[in-house]
Design a protein around this ligand. Structure first.
Ligand SMILES: *Cc1c(COP(=O)(O)O)cnc(C)c1O
Length: 341
């Protein structure tokens, strides 16, 4: 069985489980959990921010960050196909009382010009804008990387209008490795940044928000409001620390495997592969071919992928996928595409 549905499917390795079982722990809310504190300090320094707060999930972390940056009855400007729009129920509305103002990207992802065009002059008839969100890498667009210069341009547009910027960096590690830069450089111009540990780094769960010191108390309160106050969270934080120490540099291998899949599958039976920047491979099927059918046929041969839209399938490479698995997956999917023709 080869599972390419997501990089969330990875299981903690024996060594990661050992680190978890040996973690020094305490009651995080009462006294501070020492391993969680270590993780938060490490993440804050990796992202060049004053402080960071550990969360059980990326969704909760995104929602808490948006809560502290916005006020109810305002609008958040965000790329129309962002995870915050498509993958978090209607959390912005239900939890935070804010409305999404989707920005339609002119390219694959939102650029500074797209954002500038979406910002209205303040008017008593329109909802006030309160924040801007960006996603790097961009999942739905196919793991697309936004480079530091563009991030700076986007932040300049937002800050020029007095709007804070939240970066959904669930896969910011992948962007940094792909660009050969540091996560701090990619987070330099944003106000808050969420990073996830349960994707490429292979931890079972977990995320963090890094932010200026002035926002940490409010983030703590938002996390508690959403049911995320922590106790002996060091058991899980240890897995995240282990992932940072041991699984960060190898993300380049996932990117290599994604490129191999793309090279082997582009053009097969008329399929068109979006060239991957990182570990997500989007395959657009030729007209008449149905994504659900392709997914079912590949599944029967033990290769599991996702129907992203009725005409697009998504493959994600990760820690639990070897070079040999990549080769088998490419062979199986090529065969399935040819048969579906
Ligand atoms: C997975 C993901 C999240 C949410 O992370 P969870 O830890 O699964 O809640 C947020 N944003 C993006 C872009 C993601 O891919």
């Amino acid at each position: 069985r080869i599972d390419l549905r997501s990089d969330t499917v990875t299981k903690p390795t024996p060594a990661m489980r050992r680190a978890m079982s040996e973690a020094e722990v305490g009651d995080d809310e009462r006294d501070g959990d020492p391993t969680t504190r270590r993780l938060e300090e490490r993440v804050a320094s990796m992202l060049g921010k004053d402080a960071a707060l550990f969360f059980p999930s990326g969704v909760m972390a995104n929602q808490a960050a948006i809560r502290v940056l916005t006020a109810p009855a305002t609008e958040v400007l965000v790329d129309a196909t962002a995870h915050i729009v498509e993958g978090e129920i209607a959390g912005l509305a239900a939890l935070n009382g804010v409305q999404i103002r989707p920005v339609r990207p002119s390219g694959r992802v939102m650029h500074a010009g797209d954002l500038a065009r979406a910002i209205r002059q303040p008017s008593r008839y329109d909802p006030a804008l309160s924040a801007v969100c960006i996603e790097n890498t961009h999942n739905s667009a196919g793991g697309v990387v936004t480079a530091p210069e563009e991030l700076r341009a986007i932040a300049d547009v937002a800050h020029g209008r007095g709007l804070p910027v939240h970066l959904d960096g669930a896969r910011l590690w992948n962007a940094a490795v792909a660009l050969g830069t540091s996560p701090a450089e990619l987070a330099a111009h944003v106000d808050t940044v969420m990073v996830a540990f349960s994707k490429g780094l292979g931890a079972p769960i977990g995320a963090a928000v890094a932010a200026p010191a002035s926002l940490i108390d409010a983030l703590w309160t938002a996390r508690k409001l959403f049911g995320g106050a922590m106790r002996q969270s060091g058991v899980v934080a240890a897995a995240a620390l282990y992932g940072i120490e041991h699984h960060y540099d190898r993300l380049a291998e996932d990117h290599r495997h994604a490129r191999i899949l793309a090279e082997r599958l582009d053009g097969v039976a008329g399929a068109s592969v979006v060239p991957p920047d990182t570990n997500i491979v989007m395959i657009d099927l030729p007209s008449g071919m149905d994504a659900e059918q392709v997914v079912a046929a590949a599944g029967l041969e033990g290769v599991h992928v996702t129907a992203w839209t009725p005409t697009r399938i998504r493959l994600v490479t990760h820690l639990d996928l070897s070079a040999a698995d990549t080769d088998i997956a490419a062979t199986v999917i090529a065969r399935v595409l040819t048969a579906a023709r």
